[in-house]
Design a protein around this ligand. Structure first.
Ligand SMILES: Nc1ncnc2c1ncn2[C@@H]1O[C@H](COP(=O)(O)OP(=O)(O)OP(=O)(O)O)[C@@H](O)[C@H]1O
Ligand SMILES: [Mg+2]
Length: 340
């Protein structure tokens, strides 16, 4: 067991070329005393046709990581290292972090699409739904206005919006929350991207609508072979739809495994804590939330396990270096913990 900080291996499936490959991604925020790291050496692969869940408590870095996948980290945040390779139709991959603004805009929407964390406020209230979807289509495809309208209505139908042709000319306020969420998904999918990054797409929706949206993502994956990075803080959502899971804490991945493995044998005390906080039919009492709070940016330890102050299994070794993300049982189940 080594405590030395070493480059983590990509979390990968067997053999196939990844649709998206994030390697050694680091993001920081400039402070008077220097760059404060928020994302530290994150590596993972998203396989073709796979749904990978990225989970963790609020503030652990899920949105920053997902935005970096589109080279969209908001200022003053800066990507300080790493690469994000997107597989292109010629089956070669290109590093999105090295593309020019113009080239990037061509990829976004067309090959890699994003559903933002707050879709309720992401639609423009002064334009109709139809205008907003056709604008995306016309930016990426050589279509006439008439062809774009046909495609936009098809996109609305593909996310099961009833009477799509009639709703084309309606404004966002005429749609319910769940229907607006579907419109955001239709917009993200209208140019048939191979990779979808969905940041908490079901948060703030009631349980029935949440189930419908998750069902929709599963159907779209089956119909189009799309790869989906699904960001959520909800392990219940992960259990329903994800093939694999990456657990994040204080800007680092702390456990990666297939969904079945993670639920059957959670190895990191943080993952165990998250799983305990899910209410089950057998255990519907108070939630056992993990006590304490994760460190803020600027307070993430660089020479110790960041979870140590909250960890029920902490030992001296935990504060003597950052544990390595390594396989403990099977090659595809990796954990960053010295006591796991
Ligand atoms: N503009 C910013 N300036 C300073 N710190 C920021 C900024 N944006 C994000 N951060 C910090 O970076 C860390 C990661 O933020 P991020 O939004 O990625 O978390 P998250 O996991 O998506 O959380 P949530 O579940 O609440 O959406 C947080 O500690 C946050 O406070
Ligand atoms: Mg977020």
């Amino acid at each position: 067991m080594s405590l030395l900080q070493q480059p983590s291996l990509p979390l990968s499936g067997a053999g196939t070329q990844a649709a998206l490959q994030v390697q050694h991604l680091s993001i920081g925020f400039p402070r008077p005393e220097g760059m404060s790291p928020a994302i530290l050496d994150v590596s993972f692969d998203l396989q073709q046709g796979e749904i990978l869940g990225l989970v963790g408590e609020s503030g652990c870095g899920k949105s920053l990581t997902s935005l970096a996948c589109l080279n969209l980290v908001p200022s003053p945040g800066q990507i300080t290292g790493g690469s994000v390779h997107l597989l292109n139709p010629a089956k070669a991959s290109e590093n999105l972090l090295l593309l020019s603004g113009n080239e990037l805009r061509k990829r976004r929407g067309a090959r890699i699409a994003y559903i933002p964390q707050d879709p309720m406020t992401s639609l423009n209230p002064v334009y109709t739904i139809g205008e907003q979807i056709t604008e995306v289509l016309l930016a990426h495809q050589p279509l006439s206005a008439k062809e774009a309208k046909v495609k936009a209505i098809e996109a609305l139908e593909s996310v099961r919006i009833p009477s799509a042709a009639n709703r084309f000319d309606q404004y966002p306020h005429e749609f319910s929350g769940g229907m607006r969420q579907r419109v955001m998904i239709a917009m993200a999918l209208c140019c048939s991207p191979s990779v979808l990054i969905a940041d908490e797409p079901t948060t703030a929706l009631d349980v029935t609508v949440q189930a419908q949206i998750l069902e929709l993502l599963l159907t779209l994956r089956a119909e189009r072979g799309m790869s989906i990075l699904l960001i959520t803080h909800d392990l219940g959502v992960v259990a329903q739809v994800c093939d694999r899971v990456a657990v994040m804490y204080a800007g680092r991945l702390v456990e990666t495994a297939t969904t079945n493995d993670l639920f059957a044998n959670p190895q990191h005390p943080y993952t165990q804590g998250l799983l305990h906080s899910i209410p089950t039919l057998a255990h519907t009492g108070t939630l056992e939330a993990i006590e304490g709070a994760p460190p803020a940016v600027g307070e993430i330890p660089l020479n110790a396990c960041a979870f140590a102050p909250r960890c029920p299994k902490v030992v001296d070794l935990c504060t003597q270096g950052v544990p390595v993300l390594e396989a403990k049982t099977t090659p595809n189940h990796r954990t960053r913990c010295v006591v796991a």
